[in-house]
Design a binder for this molecule. Structure first.
Ligand code: SAH
Ligand code: SF4
Ligand code: F3S
Length: 435
């Protein structure tokens, strides 16, 4: 067997694409290794959503240069969003890269690798367009309990800070029957949980009209043997009451919505082209909480967007205290060339951004801890995952609301569903004991 090392950066979509890359490579004699030095083929499946993501990849590309000098027959390729964005510039900058494959070309990977096995050279294919990831691309799934299932590709929203629509192309939804079949297969293979993936799952099906996201949720919920259905990401502008009802009525659809608000003031939301107001967002959260009283809500937040003032920032802190998210991913605005925000006036200074990020995280951490403390003594259903990294006698699992739970291990096995009483809630994890 030949060995492939796959470095994966960025979001779940990239993890899912990497599973489809590995699946194809298995059919041409590769197995995955975690030791880069052993590899006959190195792939970096990259992200360019922020500059820091790109810096990491450039660092890795530099490291691989020495390896390539020692092993000239080793094949080195770049895939994913940075491949799409930089295309041939990557090979100009680092000629030890053998191929660059864009985000719409995942299914071409085995073919490209076989070509390079026959004959050395450079291959660049980053055409963005009609080509689809076919539904029959083999998948080598990473975990054994949770399966990623892409339901759509691309994004139409063009938030002014974001590079994703430029590197992933327009929205394309998979056919509902293909998605359901993939979920059925995952369940047959022993998976208990699926996460339906898309940049904006709530606009699923708008292109083909065969089913909308609410329909799809109900169809996946009805797959025999499925225990948990998750989904991300939800754009607030498209989350319909039908979707809320489908979550409420589904037996296996988890009460967790990742509903990125990005910012907590109308001025900045407008500049970001998020298309909703703070008032509309709050009304949506009210509708969600009325239908799903135990829902957990999480969000993404960006500080330091061009034009952000201290007043805007204070307004956002007030907004957070009002909404009370279970947790938040917080980011410093990163200028992405080619996006409208990159050329906006009043870019915020780096030091100010960092200071605001710290203050934002402090407020959010306080809220996360308070919410978790309110779960003291409650009994929650936990899907057992396995031993924790620090201590083999302590195992981890997750609640339906996607909170990590730590508990002393007894007899339970990965994939078991158990009841845990929360004894020590903390900011990031809940500690408890089985009852
Ligand atoms: N489609 C998803 C997420 C896409 S990227 C959504 O709309 O929510 C993941 C997160 O990265 C975004 O939610 C946003 O918070 C952040 N992000 C995107 N572009 C960014 C930029 N230029 N600088 C900082 N954070 C950014
Ligand atoms: Fe980026 Fe906005 Fe699309 Fe999300 S919805 S991927 S933030 S453009
Ligand atoms: Fe990054 Fe591409 Fe995902 S830019 S966040 S890997 S869609």
């Amino acid at each position: 067997m030949k060995q492939v090392y796959i470095g994966v950066y960025g979001c779940q979509m990239n993890i899912s694409d990497a599973e489809r890359m590995e699946g194809q490579l298995r059919t041409i004699g590769y197995e995955r290794t975690v030791v880069m030095e052993d590899a006959d083929l190195i792939l970096l499946n990259t992200c360019c959503v922020r500059e820091t993501a790109e810096d990491k990849v450039y660092g890795k590309i530099g490291e691989i240069k020495h390896l390539k000098q020692q092993k000239p027959n080793m094949i080195f390729g770049i895939t994913g969003c940075m491949a799409q964005k930089e295309s041939d510039r990557l090979i100009k900058r680092a000629p030890h890269i053998d191929f660059v494959l864009g985000t719409n070309k995942v299914h071409e990977l085995a073919h490209v690798v076989q070509e390079l096995e026959q004959e050395h050279g450079h291959i660049i294919d980053t055409q963005l367009g009609e080509t689809e990831l076919p539904d029959d691309v083999p998948v080598a799934r990473g975990g054994r309990l949770s399966a990623w299932v892409p339901i759509m590709y691309g994004c139409n929203n063009f938030c002014t800070y974001c590079i994703v629509p430029y590197v992933r192309g327009r929205e394309r939804s998979r056919m509902p029957e293909d998605i359901v079949r993939e979920v059925e297969q995952a369940v047959e293979q022993g998976y208990k949980e699926v996460t339906l993936l898309g940049q904006n799952v709530n606009s699923y099906g708008k292109d083909h009209g065969r089913a909308d996201f609410a329909d799809l949720l109900s169809m996946v919920d009805a797959v025999p043997g499925i225990r948990r259905v998750r989904f991300m990401t939800s754009h607030p502008k498209d989350l319909s009451d039908r979707v809320i009802a489908a979550i409420r009525d589904g037996a296996h659809i988890c009460e967790h919505i990742h509903l990125p608000v990005q910012y907590g003031s109308n001025k900045i939301l407008k500049a970001m082209n998020r298309v909703y107001t703070v008032e509309q967002y709050k009304a949506l959260v009210q509708r969600i909480r009325a239908a799903l009283p135990h829902v957990s809500l999480t969000t993404d937040l960006i500080v330091g967007f061009p034009g952000e003032t201290e007043e805007d920032f204070d307004e956002m802190l007030g907004f957070l205290r009002e909404i009370r998210y279970d947790s938040a991913y917080t980011f410093i605005y990163s200028k992405r060339s080619g996006t409208p925000a990159a050329v906006m006036d009043h870019q915020v200074e780096e030091a100010v951004k960092k200071d605001r990020l710290n203050r934002l995280m402090a407020v959010q951490n306080e809220i996360s801890l308070e919410i978790n403390q309110s779960l003291q003594d409650q009994i929650m259903e936990v899907m057992v995952e396995g031993p924790s990294k620090q201590d083999e006698t302590v195992w981890t699992g997750r609640t339906r609301t996607n909170k990590i739970v730590l508990f002393p291990h007894a007899e339970e096995q990965p994939g078991d569903f158990i009841s845990i009483q929360i004894t020590h809630p903390q900011t990031w994890v809940l500690k408890g004991r089985q009852i």
